[in-house]
Design a protein around this ligand. Structure first.
Ligand SMILES: *[C@@H]1O[C@H](CO)[C@@H](O)[C@H](O)[C@H]1NC(C)=O
Ligand SMILES: *[C@@H]1O[C@H](CO)[C@@H](O)[C@H](O)[C@H]1NC(C)=O
Ligand SMILES: *[C@@H]1O[C@H](CO)[C@@H](O)[C@H](O)[C@H]1NC(C)=O
Ligand SMILES: *[C@@H]1O[C@H](CO)[C@@H](O)[C@H](O)[C@H]1NC(C)=O
Ligand SMILES: *[C@@H]1O[C@H](CO)[C@@H](O)[C@H](O)[C@H]1NC(C)=O
Length: 193
């Protein structure tokens, strides 16, 4: 169930990037890796096309033994001739978070992923962990347009066990303002200046 942790890390990233109407965020790649296959087996880690401008993130993995001490190292990067650190780089106790919801950035992510993950419980986590069809990105803060990477390392007992890295493209403005204008004047001709 540390999936939930990873899920909320992903949500967090998403929360940053995705904002609402005109701007949009599209996940462009997902790369997961187990550093210790006797503890974490990753079966599936992939994006699916959800609509023309959206993809959904799907991950399933098995924790072969119970994980009772989980921390998450979350780092956001922005591309500029290679990915460079951008905005966030911190580690938090995921077991404590699941008891107390005490990390504000993690909380944003948690709210985005809680309905589409198996992490809605406290530590320990064991067995199958899933994030299914995650696509509802809701970022409270707009970002500059560009390519981003959310790197998440999952540590059990202080040692890195697996990584879930998700690449995003963020665009500040999707619709040209000229087309909005034209539509406006047709629907409300009397408002035309
Ligand atoms: C790898 O996983 C096993 C449990 O299957 C654990 O005992 C061991 O400490 C882990 N190794 C590292 C380097 O974390
Ligand atoms: C995990 O992912 C694989 C690949 O999509 C899928 O075949 C399998 O059914 C999944 N496991 C569960 C329990 O959903
Ligand atoms: C999750 O489900 C609850 C209950 O169905 C709903 O109120 C909430 O808005 C959902 N959250 C998201 C992010 O979809
Ligand atoms: C799971 O989520 C529901 C709805 O958000 C909540 O009412 C419930 O207490 C949660 N369960 C656990 C074990 O956290
Ligand atoms: C988790 O494991 C690390 C490394 O062994 C340790 O320093 C830390 O105190 C542990 N946390 C808890 C809550 O047991």
């Amino acid at each position: 169930m540390d999936h939930k942790v990873f899920i909320f890390a992903v949500s967090l990233l998403v929360a940053y990037l995705g904002c609402g109407e005109a701007p949009f965020l599209k996940m462009t790649n997902a790369v997961c890796k187990s550093y210790n296959k006797s503890w974490v087996a990753i079966h599936y880690c992939r994006l699916k096309a959800y609509s023309r401008t959206k993809t959904s993130l799907n991950i399933n993995a098995t924790f072969i033994k119970p994980a009772r001490n989980i921390s998450v190292h979350l780092k956001t990067m922005k591309r500029a001739s290679g990915y460079k650190p951008f905005l966030y780089d911190f580690t938090f106790d995921a077991c404590e978070f699941m008891r107390r919801r005490n990390q504000p950035v993690a909380k944003i992510i948690w709210n985005m992923i809680r309905n589409v993950s198996t992490i809605n419980h406290t530590c320990p986590y064991e067995g199958l962990q899933m994030l299914s069809d995650f696509h509802k990105v809701d970022l409270p803060v707009p970002l500059p347009s560009g390519d981003y990477l959310l790197m998440v390392d999952w540590l059990f007992d202080g040692k890195a066990q697996f990584a879930t890295n998700v690449y995003f493209a963020y665009m500040e403005d999707l619709l040209p303002t000229s087309s909005k204008h034209r539509r406006g004047s047709k629907e409300f001709p009397h408002v035309r200046n």
